[in-house]
Design a protein around this ligand. Structure first.
Ligand code: SAH
Length: 219
C-alpha cells in the first residue's frame, strides 16, 4: 500500500481540527498534533473517506480507532510536557501513540491482542513514528519502566487498576474511562506529592472494554 499525504487530506484535517475546536478542545499543541498526524494512514484504501470524520472506526479484531474528539479530549487532560514519559494502555491502531509522540512525549504503549500489537509494531516505523510497543496485559502497567509522568487508558475499565496508580510518578496524571461495558465516565487522577490524590470526573464516553487481570473478565 502506498501511503500518501497531500493537500486534500491536509484540508480535511484542517476541518476536523475546526470541528474539535468547536466541540471545546482548546489546547493548541493538541490541535496541532491532530493537524500533523495523517489519520488516513490508519485506514484501509476502501475506507479512506471516513478518516477525517469525527467518529470511531472499526479496525481488526473487533477493536476501534478512537474518535478524534476522544483522542483530543484525553490528550488535553494529560497536559503533556516535552519529554514526559507516557504509558498508554490499549495501543489499538497506534494513532493515539503518534499524537503523544508529536507532543514530544516518550511513549510506552501496551496492547493485549497479539495481532494488533504485531501490526502496529511493523507499521508505525514505516510512517516514522517510534513509540516503544509491548504485547501484554496493560492493567498491570509496565513496571520495568516506571514511574510515568502520565498514563492514558484507551479502553473502558470496570475500576481504576491499582498497578497503574502505583506506577504513576508523584505529581503525575492518569486519565482513564471508568464505568460499565457500554458507557464510562472520563476520570483524571492527579497523584499529589504527599500520596494524596485529586480525582476529577468529566463526561461520558463509550470505549471497547478493558480486558486483563484488572479489567473485564467475561467475554
Ligand atoms: N488508543 C487506540 C484505541 C484503542 S481501542 C487508538 O489510538 O487506536 C482499545 C484497545 O485496548 C484495543 O486494541 C484492545 O485490544 C486494547 N486492550 C483492551 N484491554 C487491554 C489490556 N488489558 N491491556 C492492553 N490493551 C488492552
Amino acid at each position: 500500500m502506498i501511503l500518501e499525504d497531500n493537500y486534500r487530506y491536509k484540508g480535511m484535517r484542517k476541518s476536523l481540527v475546526k470541528q474539535l475546536r468547536d466541540k471545546g478542545i482548546k489546547t493548541e499543541q493538541v490541535l496541532e498534533a491532530i493537524q500533523k498526524v495523517p489519520r488516513h494512514f490508519f485506514f484501509d484504501d476502501t475506507f479512506l473517506e471516513y478518516a477525517y470524520e469525527d467518529k470511531a472506526f472499526p479496525i481488526e479484531e473487533g477493536q476501534t480507532i478512537s474518535q478524534p474528539y476522544t483522542v483530543a479530549f484525553q490528550t488535553e487532560l494529560l497536559a503533556i510536557q516535552k519529554n514526559d514519559k507516557v504509558l498508554e494502555v490499549g495501543t489499538g491502531s497506534g494513532y493515539q501513540s503518534c499524537i503523544l509522540l508529536e507532543l514530544g512525549a516518550k511513549v510506552f504503549t501496551v496492547e493485549y491482542q497479539k495481532k494488533l500489537y504485531q501490526r502496529v509494531k511493523d507499521f508505525l516505523p514505516t510512517i516514522n513514528y517510534y513509540p516503544r510497543i509491548f504485547w501484554g496485559d496493560g492493567t498491570k502497567g509496565l513496571p520495568q519502566f516506571m514511574p510515568y509522568n502520565k498514563i492514558i487508558v484507551t479502553a473502558g475499565a470496570p475500576a481504576i487498576p491499582p498497578s497503574l496508580i502505583h506506577q504513576l510518578k508523584e505529581g503525575g496524571i492518569l486519565v482513564i474511562p471508568v464505568g460499565s461495558k457500554q458507557n464510562q465516565i472520563m476520570i483524571r487522577i492527579t497523584k499529589k506529592y504527599d500520596n494524596q490524590f485529586k480525582k476529577e470526573n468529566f463526561h461520558t464516553f463509550s470505549f471497547v472494554p478493558l480486558r486483563g487481570e484488572e479489567g473485564w473478565h467475561d467475554q
